[in-house]
Design a protein around this ligand. Structure first.
Ligand SMILES: Nc1ncnc2c1ncn2[C@@H]1O[C@H](COP(=O)(O)OP(=O)(O)OP(=O)(O)O)[C@@H](O)[C@H]1O
Ligand SMILES: [Mg+2]
Length: 396
């Protein structure tokens, strides 16, 4: 009996340490075969749709890979054979002399070339529902399986049922979360596109009236509106693709300070129009880093764009700084703008989260977050309402 408890203890340890569903079930079946001193053990799952059992984990002798493959191709109707009967009755079944037992179906043996002498099948049940059947075949060095084996296998079977149901639950949660995220994404995209189309529509209207009246400046004005909105559409589509697709960064030796200066040069005039100054505080001697320069540029540009937007007062100030410490390279963008509420801080990096109405797609930070993560880096935010915000990206 001591041996059995040891096996159960090992299973408990496995349950704690192995998170991979298949490895966990394999471990349970391996320990089942060991605990019962059986030549082989297997786990068949119940398919509710077809009312059949199919082998999911098979533990034979290591050399018997064919045996495993053959068995996995077999499907058993509920009620048929020993496993099927066990499933139908939801009760353990012990067969002492297989070939002289009317319930034993030798067709699996014929297919696999295995010779079953005795076997035990125990149902896996979770909350009264059949999950599958665990079987052990050919007890070594003894007459056959007994009531103690039945008890031990029942405990292992209920552990396996728990693992399977947990995995199903996790999968169902994931599926629901994915469906919800997709729904939100589509709603967000539709909202953005609607706004852009409204812009396209008004540009078109201005152009048309200009054309009708031979008013060239008006045509040009309409054209500008149209152009701005088609640019927005292009950016939206690029950002959406960027967020949706995993991508390897195209790295090369990158001078991060130059990237920051280029962003400051580009954004300076627009910021100045709003009375916002962009300052650079760049660490000296950080040299070139293996990063994706376009990706980093995009990140800094998104952060600075947001920072400038956040500063409505004419005393607005945005600072781009770089620093180096033991954890790597840090690039920060600080502003003394409106700040971000606690509630919104949690949604910042979600695709399509924006407080800017038709002026924002809400993809800027989602893209930034993704690029930083693709570099193996992190991004953090510190913000206080009406005081300002600092975003810090760290690249290892
Ligand atoms: N520096 C900041 N100060 C205050 N709010 C910010 C700041 N940065 C981001 N936010 C908030 O986070 C939201 C999401 O930012 P994000 O860059 O993802 O989208 P967006 O700026 O609204 O649109 P887009 O960047 O696609 O044009 C913003 O709408 C804004 O509410
Ligand atoms: Mg933005």
């Amino acid at each position: 009996m001591k041996l059995d408890i040891e096996h159960l203890y090992r299973i408990e340890k496995f349950m704690e340490s192995i998170t991979d569903f298949d490895r966990l079930l394999e471990a349970i079946i391996r320990e089942s075969a060991n605990a019962l001193a059986a030549e082989s053990a297997s786990l068949a799952l119940y398919d509710e749709d077809t009312d059949e059992l199919y082998f999911y984990v098979v533990r034979g002798k290591p050399s018997e890979r064919d045996f495993e493959l053959q068995l996995k191709s077999i499907r058993i109707k509920k009620g048929e054979g020993v496993a099927g009967r066990c499933a139908a009755m939801q009760m353990p079944v012990i067969i002492q002399d297989a070939y002289n037992d009317p319930h034993f179906d030798p067709s699996a043996d014929r297919k696999t070339g295995f010779k079953t002498r005795n076997l035990i099948a125990v149902p896996m049940i979770y909350r009264g529902k059949l999950v599958g059947v665990v079987e052990a075949v050919n007890k070594t060095g003894a007459d056959g399986f007994d009531r103690l084996d039945e008890k031990v296998l029942s405990v292992l079977a209920s552990q396996a049922a728990l693992v399977i149901e947990n995995a199903r639950l996790v999968q169902e949660n994931l599926r629901q979360a994915r469906a919800a995220a997709m729904g939100e994404g589509i709603a967000g995209a539709a909202h953005c596109i609607k706004n852009i189309l409204a812009g396209v529509g008004s540009g078109e209207y201005v152009m048309q009236t200009g054309l009708k009246n031979g008013d060239l400046p008006k045509v040009e004005k309409g054209w500008e509106v149209l152009k701005r909105n088609t640019d927005l559409m292009r950016d939206l589509v690029l950002d959406m693709l960027n967020v949706a697709k995993p991508r390897e960064p195209e790295t090369e030796p990158t001078d991060v300070n130059s990237v920051c200066s280029a962003v400051a040069d580009l954004m300076g005039p627009r910021a100045a129009e709003q009375g916002v100054v962009i300052e650079l505080t760049l660490a000296e001697g950080i040299g070139k880093r293996t990063l994706d320069p376009k990706g980093v540029y995009r990140c800094v540009l998104n952060l600075v764009g947001n920072a400038v937007d956040a500063c409505s007062a004419p005393s607005g100030r945005v600072e781009i700084s770089t620093a180096e410490d033991a954890q790597g390279l840090a690039v920060s963008v600080s502003d003394n703008g409106c700040g971000i509420s606690r509630e919104n801080q949690e949604k910042l990096f979600d695709a399509f989260f924006s407080t800017k109405g038709s002026k924002g797609t809400g993809l800027g930070l989602a893209v930034t977050h993704k690029i930083v993560e693709e570099h193996g880096g992190t991004i953090a935010v510190q913000s206080e309402e009406d005081m300002g915000t600092t975003f810090t990206m760290r690249f290892p």
